[in-house]
Design a protein around this ligand. Structure first.
Ligand code: RIB
Length: 295
C-alpha cells in the first residue's frame, strides 16, 4: 500500500451553536460554544489515517498553544508531522456557526497557514500513492509539491472555492468539491452530475462533486460518471463531512480499491462524519466505514 501526503491547513475551530443563522445586522445569543481541532488539511490527514492510510502532513502552525495542540493531535492520530513548519505568526483559526439542522457557515483566519511554503530542495517521501491538498494554504506550495510527485494521484479539494492557478491545475489529476463550490467554479447552477461533467470537460481532469444526502458523482473528461449514495443518518453537524470523504477516498485509493468501492466507502465516511459535533471528533475509523449496513 502506498502512502498519502497531505499538504494543507490546521485551524483551531470555535463552534457557536445557534437555533438559526443571524440575518445581516442581527444580534443573536448562542446556545453554546465549543473548541475543536480543525482545518481542512489536518482534518483530511486525520481522516485518512483513521481510514487505515499511512499519512504524512505538510502544514504550518504558530509557536503557540494552538500549534502545540496540533502537534499533540497528529502524534495521537499517527500522522507523520516531521515536515510541519513553525511560522512567525499565530496558528490558523476558524469560527463556525452551526444551526439546529446541522448546517454551518465558516469564517477562517489563515494565520500561519498563509505562510506555508515548500522549502528549496524539498524531496517528497518515497512511495506516495496519493497527494492531497485544499485551498486554505498557498497554491504555489501545492503546485510545487504536486510537480514533485508526477507518479502519484494528485487530488485537489477546491475548498474554499477559488480560481485555480494554471500551474496548479496542470499538476493536478483530480478535483473534488461540493456542489456549492462546483457551482461557483463552473459559474452556473446545475445538478451535481451536470456540474461534474462540465468541470471535467472544461479542466480535462477527473472531477468528483459531493452533494450531501444525494451522494457523490465522479466524472471523467470522456463523460463517464460513477455515483454513490450515502446511508441515511441523523445529521448533528455537517462540519468535516467533506474532509472525511476526502481522507477516506485517499486511503482506499492508496490501498488499491476499485473506483466504485472507493467512492462508496468515501460517501459512507462523509455521512458518518455528520452524526457528531465537531470536525475531528466525528471523523470515522476504518471499522465503522467498512461495517456491513453502512455501505
Ligand atoms: O472542512 C471543515 C473545516 O473547514 C473546519 O475544520 C474549519 O477549520 C475549516 O477549515
Amino acid at each position: 500500500m502506498g502512502g498519502i501526503l497531505v499538504i494543507g491547513s490546521y485551524n483551531c475551530d470555535t463552534v457557536l451553536k445557534l437555533a438559526r443563522f443571524p440575518a445581516p445586522g442581527e444580534t443573536l445569543t448562542a446556545l453554546g460554544m465549543a473548541a475543536f481541532h480543525g482545518g481542512k488539511g489536518s482534518n483530511q490527514a486525520v481522516a485518512a489515517a483513521r481510514a487505515g492510510g499511512r499519512v504524512a502532513l505538510i502544514a504550518a502552525i504558530g509557536d503557540d498553544a494552538a500549534g502545540q495542540g496540533a502537534l499533540a493531535l497528529w502524534t495521537e492520530e499517527g500522522v507523520d508531522a516531521a515536515a510541519v513548519q513553525i511560522a512567525p505568526t499565530a496558528t490558523g483559526a476558524a469560527t463556525i456557526l452551526l444551526d439546529a439542522a446541522g448546517e454551518n457557515q465558516i469564517i477562517i483566519i489563515p494565520g500561519a497557514n498563509a505562510e506555508l511554503a515548500l522549502p528549496a530542495g524539498f524531496t517528497p517521501p518515497a512511495d506516495i500513492a496519493v497527494a492531497l491538498a485544499q485551498l486554505e494554504t498557498p497554491q504555489a506550495a501545492t503546485a510545487a509539491l504536486f510537480r514533485a510527485l508526477p507518479e502519484s494521484r494528485r487530488i485537489l479539494n477546491v475548498a474554499p472555492a477559488a480560481p485555480i492557478m494554471p500551474e496548479l491545475l496542470a499538476a493536478t489529476d483530480m478535483l473534488v468539491l461540493n456542489e456549492t463550490e462546483a457551482a461557483i467554479l463552473a459559474q452556473r447552477e446545475a445538478e451535481p452530475t451536470a456540474l461534474a461533467l462540465v468541470l471535467a470537460a472544461e479542466t480535462m481532469r477527473e472531477v468528483i462533486v459531493t452533494a450531501g444526502a444525494a451522494g457523490a458523482f465522479w466524472a471523467r473528461p470522456d463523460g463517464v460518471v460513477i455515483d454513490a449514495a450515502p446511508p441515511r443518518v441523523k445529521v448533528a453537524d455537517s462540519t468535516g463531512a467533506g474532509d472525511a470523504f476526502l481522507g477516506a477516498f485517499a486511503a482506499f485509493s492508496a490501498a488499491g480499491f476499485a473506483p466504485e468501492k472507493t467512492l462508496r466507502l468515501a460517501v459512507v465516511a462523509g455521512a458518518l462524519a455528520c452524526t457528531q459535533e465537531g470536525a475531528v471528533p466525528s471523523l470515522p475509523h476504518r471499522a465503522a466505514i467498512m461495517a456491513p449496513g453502512g455501505q
